[in-house]
Design a protein. Structure first.
Length: 558
C-alpha cells in the first residue's frame, strides 16, 4: 500500500534548521531506546516510525539501543521480541545495535568525575526518605544530611558500593544540583542504586546500576546521536539531560519531545499490560486483543496499516487520544486492495436444495479480489447440500429482511437463485435445516430479468473444511480505561468469541500462517501464527467490514 506524502512537522523543521546552520555538520543520527522489560505496543510504533523514518528521510542512521539498566525486570525474551517487531514494522538498524550496558564502565568513570567536581555524593537515605526530602510542586526540598560529605569520602563509599559491600537499597549516588529547583527532576536526582541481581548481559559483574536519566543522555553522547527524540513525559527531564552533559563537558545532542500515540479502548502502560499477562486475563503478550505489535500482528494487522496511521496522525506537541476506528480504517484500506476473498460460514445451518441432482458437483468461478484484476479467479465446489449462516434464515422474517425465509428467494454468491420451500426442526423446535429449490437458468446472473434483493454466501457441505474462528472485540469496555480506578474492572467480558464449528471453502485448508483474507460479508481474517495448522485452520478476525472511522469523520470526530 502506498503511504501518504510526507508533510512537514516541527521535528522535521528543527532538523532542517540544524542542517542549514551546520549545528551537527549536516549529520542526522537518531536512536530508538526501548527498555527490554516488555513487548512493544502501538504507542512505540509511532516512536519507531519517527526515529527510523527521520533518519531515513535525511540520509542518516537510527540506532537501536536497549536501555538495559534494570536487571530485575529485563530478559532476553523481550530483547528478541523487540528486534522482531521493529523489523516486522519495516525498519532496521543495520550494524548499529547497542546496549546501555555496553557503557557501564564509562558511565561509572563519569560518575566518579562528577564526585571529583563536588557535583555528586553518596546518600544513606532510603527511597522513601528521598521522596519525602524532595518536597512537592509548591514546597522546596530539604537537603540530605549526607549532602556535604567530602569528595574523598564519597569516592570511597561509591567504590565500596561497586565492590558490593553494602546491601540493596542502603545507599545511592545522587547528583548535587538544587534542592529548591522548581523542577523536581533537578532536586538531587539519583544516579545509581545498589541492586544485587544478575544482569542478562553482564551477569554478576555489577551490583550497582545507573538510573535511566543518568544513562540516557551519556549513551546518546557516546554514540554521536544528534537528535534524541522522546515523548512528552520527558520534557521536564530535558533540563537534567542537559545538566549532566554540560557538567561533564562532553558532546551534547539535542533532545526533542513529541506527543505519544494513544488509542481509545487501550492502555499503553507496560506495567498494566504485564499485569494482564501475569493474571491470565489474556493468553500472553501476543494475545490478539493486546495493543502490542505482536498482538496486532497475530490478529492480522499489517505494518503498512500501522505506518499509515502514524502518518495520518502526524507529529504534534499536544497529547490526544486517537479513536481506535482510525486504525481499523487504515487496515481496511490496506487489505481491501490486497486481501483475496474467500467464503466462510461461521455459524453453519444446512441448506438442502431438493431439485439439485444428488452426487452432482459443479466447479463455479469466484473472483479473488475485485479491487485487483491480477488476482484472478478460483474454482469453488457447489453441491446439493450447503452450509449457510444461521443469520441468513428467519422464520418468520422481520420487516425489510431480504435473505432466506419461507417462500422467499435469494441469490447464492457466484451460483444460483434459490427459494425456501420448507424447514426442518429438531425436538426442541430449533431450525436444523432449510429446504429449497434452485433455478437452473439463474447461474451467474438472471437472463430473464428476474430480480432478487438478497445475496448470501455458502460453502458446499461435502467439501467444507472445519475451522476455528476467533472473533475479537476491544479488550476494554470503555474508551478511556486508564481513567478507571482499576483497569481490570473495565475489561470487556465479550472481547473474545471462539467459534469452533465454522466451515470454510477448500481453498482455505492449507494456507500458510499469517495469510490474510476477506471472508465475504464477514470481515478481514488472518491465519493465527501460533495455532493454525494445515488441514485444521484457525483464523482471527482482524477487523469487520463496517468502516466506523468514516462515520467518526463525518460526525466531526476525526
Amino acid at each position: 500500500m502506498a503511504e501518504a506524502t510526507t508533510p512537514s512537522n516541527f521535528i522535521r523543521d528543527i532538523v532542517r534548521e540544524h542542517n542549514r546552520t551546520g549545528r551537527f555538520g549536516g549529520r542526522v543520527v537518531t536512536r530508538f531506546p526501548p527498555e527490554p522489560n516488555g513487548y512493544l505496543h502501538i504507542g512505540h510504533a509511532k516512536a519507531i516510525w519517527i526515529d527510523f523514518g527521520l533518519a531515513r528521510e535525511f540520509g542518516g542512521r537510527c540506532h537501536l539501543r536497549f536501555d538495559d539498566t534494570n536487571p530485575t525486570k529485563e530478559s532476553q525474551e523481550y530483547v528478541d521480541a523487540i528486534m522482531r517487531d521493529i523489523r516486522w514494522l519495516g525498519f532496521d538498524w543495520g550494524e548499529h545495535l547497542y546496549h546501555a550496558s555496553d557503557y557501564f564502565e564509562r558511565l561509572y568513570e563519569w560518575a566518579e568525575a562528577l564526585i571529583g567536581k563536588g557535583l555528586a555524593y553518596v546518600d544513606d537515605l532510603t527511597p522513601d526518605e528521598i521522596r519525602e526530602h524532595r518536597g512537592t510542586l509548591t514546597a522546596p526540598g530539604r537537603p540530605s544530611p549526607c549532602r556535604d560529605r567530602s569528595v574523598a569520602e564519597n569516592l570511597d563509599l561509591f567504590r565500596r558500593m561497586r565492590a558490593g559491600e553494602f546491601p540493596d537499597g542502603s545507599k545511592t549516588l545522587r547528583a548535587k544540583i538544587d534542592m529548591a529547583s522548581p523542577n523536581i527532576n533537578l532536586r538531587d536526582p539519583v544516579m545509581y542504586r545498589i541492586r544485587k541481581a544478575t544482569h542478562q548481559r553482564t551477569g554478576d559483574a555489577w551490583c550497582i546500576y545507573p538510573m535511566y536519566d543518568w544513562a540516557h543522555g551519556q549513551s546518546d553522547s557516546i554514540e554521536g546521536v544528534t537528535h534524541s527524540i522522546c515523548t512528552l513525559e520527558y520534557e521536564d527531564h530535558r533540563p537534567l539531560y542537559d545538566w549532566y552533559l554540560d557538567a561533564l563537558g562532553i558532546y551534547h545532542p539535542q533532545q526533542i519531545e513529541f506527543a505519544r500515540l494513544n488509542l481509545s479502548h487501550t492502555i499503553m502502560s507496560k506495567r498494566k499490560l504485564l499485569a494482564l499477562v501475569e493474571q491470565g486475563r489474556v493468553s500472553g503478550w501476543d494475545d490478539p486483543r493486546m495493543p502490542t505489535l505482536a498482538g496486532l500482528r497475530r490478529r492480522g494487522y499489517t505494518p503498512e496499516a500501522i505506518r499509515d496511521l502514524c502518518e495520518r496522525v502526524g507529529v504534534a506537541k499536544a497529547d490526544n487520544v486517537v479513536e481506535l476506528g482510525h486504525l481499523e480504517h487504515c487496515l481496511r484500506e490496506d487489505l481491501n486492495r490486497r486481501a483475496e476473498r474467500r467464503m466462510a460460514v461461521l455459524r453453519p445451518l444446512r441448506l438442502v436444495i431438493e431439485n439439485y441432482p444428488e452426487g452432482r458437483v459443479e466447479e463455479l468461478e469466484a473472483v479473488n479480489n475485485p479491487e485487483d484484476p491480477a488476482a484472478g479467479t478460483r474454482k469453488v465446489p457447489f453441491s446439493r447440500v450447503l452450509h449457510i449462516e444461521e443469520d441468513d434464515f428467519r422464520d418468520p422474517a422481520p420487516p425489510k429482511y431480504f435473505r432466506l425465509s419461507p417462500g422467499a428467494e435469494v441469490r447464492l454468491r457466484y451460483a444460483y437463485i434459490v427459494k425456501c420451500t420448507g424447514v426442518e426442526r429438531d425436538a426442541a423446535g430449533r431450525v436444523a435445516a432449510v429446504r429449497a429449490t434452485y433455478d437452473p437458468d439463474s447461474r451467474g446472473g438472471d437472463a430473464r430479468g428476474r430480480k432478487v434483493k438478497g445475496t448470501i454466501h455458502w460453502v458446499s457441505a461435502a467439501h467444507a473444511v472445519d475451522a476455528e474462528v476467533r472473533l475479537y472485540d476491544t479488550l476494554f469496555s470503555v474508551p478511556r480505561p486508564d481513567e478507571a480506578e482499576d483497569v481490570m474492572s473495565v475489561l470487556n467480558p465479550a472481547s473474545l468469541d471462539v467459534l469452533a464449528g465454522a466451515k470454510v471453502e477448500p481453498a482455505l485448508a492449507d494456507v500458510p500462517a499469517e495469510s490474510r483474507f476477506q471472508f465475504e460479508r464477514q470481515g478481514y481474517f488472518c491465519a493465527d501464527w501460533r495455532d493454525h495448522r494445515p488441514g485444521r485452520p484457525v483464523f482471527n478476525r482482524a477487523v469487520g467490514l463496517r468502516d466506523t472511522w468514516a462515520k467518526i469523520e463525518r460526525a466531526g470526530g476525526g
